[in-house]
Design a protein around this ligand. Structure first.
Ligand code: SF4
Ligand code: FES
Length: 578
């Protein structure tokens, strides 16, 4: 082969490399869209962000094509004649494979007539009680009725009435509103494989029910509430609490287990009303456990510590008025500073909770080392319940704390940068070490959803100067010299490292509950008091840049996982921006 032909060959190879085979295309309502081989017409349309109405189709479930709203007029190339031919009848786009050169109409007179007929049929027995339905505002029946339905019903007979059923600890089934899409039944068959739900009866008397003697109470049960496209399966906890159009949605990360599940915190006027899953292909896909869905309640507990308090040596407790929270913090911080200075000849110990963010951890470790370069840094107890459990690829984590790994990583990075001989110590070793008389003062952090202290820890801290930063009262806050109100993850921005080592940031969803302050802010405040400087306001971005210096990476944000760009699908939310 001559030089010229070799070069041409190389160019052709390069062209093949840089001009990969173009994606196949079809034409949908006059617009060309590309698709991946194997996709259905509906999947191709959703990826191209072209809406085709659909109820029974869901990306995670088998295709049953029973709701019939997605039907389209389809023209396909006949391989024998190479001519475009009509398939002869309307076909379900959720089931029909997309093919090169296909021409699809969901806006032709036939397709539109079908959409109107399906909507009219679905509404025959529907109570049309949108005014009192919890799903109003996020109901596909309501939306499609407006977009694709008839303006009036021709049905004059009496509607069949179906009862409201209590199908599980967290779920109510309003059978009247069900459109028999069977998403919920397929979820319990195909995803959880617990088979609690079934289809009972036939024809217009068909209804969803739990099998006799069963309850819809598996670990992932409440995902059927999100899957239900109408107001048939509703969340007991959210029922009649709030109209959905008042809710603001903040992208966040599970703050009570080590799963790192991507969640959406839905809130209004400083109160969380519900938590929903946020799609993340690599972590939780479309799902969260009921534990994560309902585990945020402690943030609004009546018992929340929201102001500092001081326990005097004579046994009296000094509490502060809500009228002057700033004065309360000034007094408490002064007491902390004086107590730490009085024991400066002894060693300081700091217990970092695995419930805290990396940013909180950073602020508190830096405070500790600014007071005592030899400070003992320990990790709070990491609750573990049973063993990890995998259900259809979804992992329910046994570890019930969001950031044990992040706390270790950040604390160790700072300790190493300061030339400390050891790293962070685990809880058991900390309890043992802190009992030593060489330890004079201890700063503890909690922020657990439930009681977390152990008698051994409380006993080990006896006689020390104790500063307890926490959200709920416990055995330690009742004996601590100073108690400072910490903030749950819902009230602050930060980042967690999950069980697989994935670092993810989250945003502040709600305002701080009353006068609580983030642990990062408290650390910065106490450092400012000690240095007699003006306090600085906590910013997660600024703290991340600081962490980067210690952690030795170009930027802490670069160590945080960046979600891959993907086409939003139905129900997607804005991903966390870093
Ligand atoms: S209850 Fe909801 S998800 Fe289940 S079949 Fe009825 S409409 Fe579909
Ligand atoms: S979405 Fe295609 S038939 Fe239901």
């Amino acid at each position: 082969m001559g030089r010229w032909s070799r070069e041409v060959g190389a160019c052709k190879a390069a062209a093949l490399l840089y001009n990969p085979t173009p994606m196949p295309e079809l034409t949908l309502n006059g617009r060309k869209i590309s698709f991946k081989p194997g996709q259905s017409i509906l999947q191709a349309a959703l990826d191209a962000q072209v809406e085709i109405p659909h109820y029974c189709y869901h990306e995670s479930l088998s295709v049953v094509a029973n709701c019939r709203i997605c039907l389209a007029e389809v023209w396909s190339i006949n391989p024998r004649t190479s001519k475009l031919e009509y398939l002869g009848k309307l076909v379900p786009t959720c089931q029909q494979a997309a093919a090169e050169g296909m021409v699809v109409y969901t806006d032709s007179p036939k397709a539109v007539a079908n959409q109107k007929a399906v909507m009219e049929y679905l509404l025959i027995n529907h109570p049309v009680d949108c005014a009192i339905c919890d799903q109003a505002g996020e109901c596909h029946l309501q939306d499609y009725s407006y977009e694709y339905g008839r303006s009036e019903s021709r049905f004059e007979e009496a509607k069949i009435k179906n009862p409201k059923k209590d199908v599980g600890p967290n779920i109510l089934l309003y059978s009247d509103r069900c459109i028999m899409c069977t998403r919920c039944v397929r979820f319990t068959r195909e995803i959880t494989q617990t088979n609690e739900l079934m289809i009972d009866g036939r024809g217009s008397h068909e209804s969803i029910d739990v099998f006799p003697g069963m309850a819809l109470d598996n670990e992932l049960a409440s995902n059927v509430i999100d899957l239900c496209p109408v107001g048939a399966l509703l969340d007991k906890d959210f029922l009649f609490k709030q109209r959905v159009w008042f809710l603001k949605k903040t992208p966040s990360i599970d703050g009570i287990t080590s799963s790192g599940d991507n969640i959406s915190v839905e809130h209004n006027e400083g109160r969380v009303y519900r938590i929903k899953p946020r799609f993340c292909a690599d972590v939780n896909k479309w799902w969260i456990t009921d534990e994560v869905r309902y585990g945020w309640k402690f943030a609004h507990s009546e018992d929340r510590i929201t102001l500092p308090s001081i326990n005097r040596a004579d046994g009296t407790q000094e509490t502060f008025s809500k009228d002057n929270p700033r004065g309360a913090f000034d007094a408490a911080y002064a007491q902390v500073d004086a107590g730490l200075r009085a024991r400066s000849s002894k060693r300081l110990a700091v217990l970092l909770s695995p419930m805290l963010s990396c940013e909180d951890t950073f602020s508190l470790v830096r405070l500790a080392l600014s007071i005592d370069s030899n400070a003992l840094i320990g990790l709070g107890p990491v609750p573990v319940v049973g063993a990890d459990k995998t259900i259809s690829g979804f992992v329910i984590r046994a570890e019930k704390a969001p950031n044990a790994r992040g706390a270790r990583r950040v604390a160790n990075a700072i300790l190493a940068s300061k030339g400390a001989s050891g790293g962070i110590v685990e809880f058991e070793a900390f309890v043992h070490a802190v009992a030593d008389s060489a330890i004079g003062s201890v700063i503890t952090t909690g922020n657990y959803p439930s009681a977390w202290t152990t008698p051994a820890l409380v006993a080990a801290l006896r006689g020390k100067f104790i500063v307890a930063i926490d959200t709920l009262p416990n055995a330690l806050t009742s004996v601590a010299d100073v108690v400072l109100p910490g903030a749950t993850w819902l009230e602050k921005a930060g980042s967690f490292e999950n069980a697989t080592g994935r670092l993810q940031s989250f945003e502040q969803a709600i305002e701080l509950v009353e006068f609580a302050r983030s642990e990062a802010q408290i650390g910065m405040d106490l450092a400012a008091v000690r240095a007699a400087k003006d306090p600085m306001r906590f910013s997660a971005d600024c703290v991340r840049k600081e962490i980067a210096k210690y952690a030795g990476c170009e930027s802490f944000a670069s160590a945080l996982y960046q979600p891959p760009a993907r086409t939003p699908v139905d129900g997607d939310m804005v991903l966390v921006e870093l």
